[in-house]
Design a protein around this ligand. Structure first.
Ligand code: SF4
Length: 353
């Protein structure tokens, strides 16, 4: 029963607001194909628009179609993703592209169930892809929309809880208009990103301020209710930067599962004893003393990693590291492989020093 909710009245206001104040010139809004929208939606998960734009443009230049992406080596995909973080997104993007090539003849599917069944695509992302590229009517519930709806309806409770998530999906579905679902969804995302922001929302400029529960009750700062987060842990690791005379540095590919899965990283150890064992047994002509470089801090979703880089000059490896999962990375002629952000920074610092 759509008319039960006052939300049914928000669509016309959102559409009128979007025509004047929405974002219309983002790269993925031009030539809107399902493929282009899909890549943008995945990049925009956990990453700001301003950061995404140059990555998106480079990605599209190299992989202009889903088949081009499917045919690429995963290392090259991760290489273009380096710096965006959350690399599981890139691995899923590649896996999904391979499935689109092999199971759908290279044409991005247009049925909701087929899209939502691809790796890395949940209900909201599937809805966004199909509504933004094809105008299909599907509700979306990304972080921005969740915030707007929680405040507008005054919905309390951890949005990760199933009953709260179900309620939000119900409201999101009811609010989505039969016509112009694409513009409406874009307007909701834009409103959340530019007006109904996490802190200090600009309620005076909001098209639905008149009947917004949070605004009326002055509870903008309380809604949406914060998620219960596990306590952050702190971890420490040593990273060996084994450098040859030509300036190349030894990297190893990390296992596909776990943090930085599939990326290329300097060998990492928990203790100095492990470092000594490694340099003695695996590096040829290694300097006796490792040179300790300034620490690098990196925040993951659930923990903070503090890295102590140790520079070891050597002549090369003793063979074992030159296999398929080891390479000598030369920053002057960099190999097309994905690097974790802190490793990228360390290699750049070494190159510049
Ligand atoms: S009135 Fe304020 S809190 Fe309510 S939806 Fe608009 S910006 Fe968000």
């Amino acid at each position: 029963m759509r008319d039960e909710f006052p939300a049914c009245r928000i669509a016309p206001r959102l559409l009128a607001w979007h025509a004047k104040h929405g974002r219309h010139d983002l790269p993925w809004q031009q030539d809107r194909t399902a493929y282009r929208v899909w890549v943008s939606e995945i990049m925009l998960q956990q990453t700001q628009v301003g950061t995404v734009i140059p990555y998106y443009q480079r990605f599209m230049e190299r992989f202009p179609s889903v088949v081009a992406l499917a045919n690429a080596a995963i290392d090259e995909v991760l290489h273009l993703w380096t710096g965006l973080g959350y690399y599981a997104r890139a691995r899923n993007l590649h896996r999904a592209a391979v499935r689109v090539r092999d199971e759908f003849g290279g044409e991005f599917p247009t049925a909701f169930e087929a899209v939502a069944g691809l790796p890395g695509i949940g209900r909201s992302t599937a809805g966004a892809i199909l509504s933004l590229s094809l105008g299909q009517r599907h509700a979306i519930l990304d972080g921005n929309v969740r915030r707007v709806l929680s405040r507008y309806f005054g919905i309390e409770g951890d949005p990760a809880r199933k009953d709260i998530a179900d309620l939000l999906w119900q409201r999101a579905t009811v609010c989505t208009p039969e016509q112009q679902a694409d513009t409406y969804n874009q307007a909701m995302m834009d409103l959340g990103a530019t007006v109904c922001t996490r802190s200090k929302p600009l309620c005076a400029f909001c098209p639905i301020t008149d009947d917004c529960v949070a605004r009326i009750q002055g509870r903008q700062n309380e809604l949406p209710s914060p998620r219960k987060r596990a306590e952050r842990r702190a971890r420490h690791a040593f990273m060996v930067l084994a450098m040859r005379e030509d300036g190349s540095v030894l990297l190893r590919q990390r296992p596909v599962t776990g943090i930085w899965g599939g990326l290329w990283s300097a060998p990492q150890f928990e203790t100095r004893e492990e470092v000594q064992h490694f340099t003695f047994w695996h590096l040829q002509g290694a300097s006796a003393e490792a040179e300790q470089l300034p620490r690098v801090e990196h925040a993951f979703t659930h923990f903070d990693l503090s890295i102590t880089p140790l520079l070891v000059r050597c002549q090369g490896s003793l063979g074992v590291m030159d296999g398929a999962d080891g390479l000598w990375y030369n920053a002057r002629q960099p190999a097309s492989v994905g690097l974790p952000q802190p490793v990228k920074v360390l290699l750049e610092q070494l190159e510049n020093s």
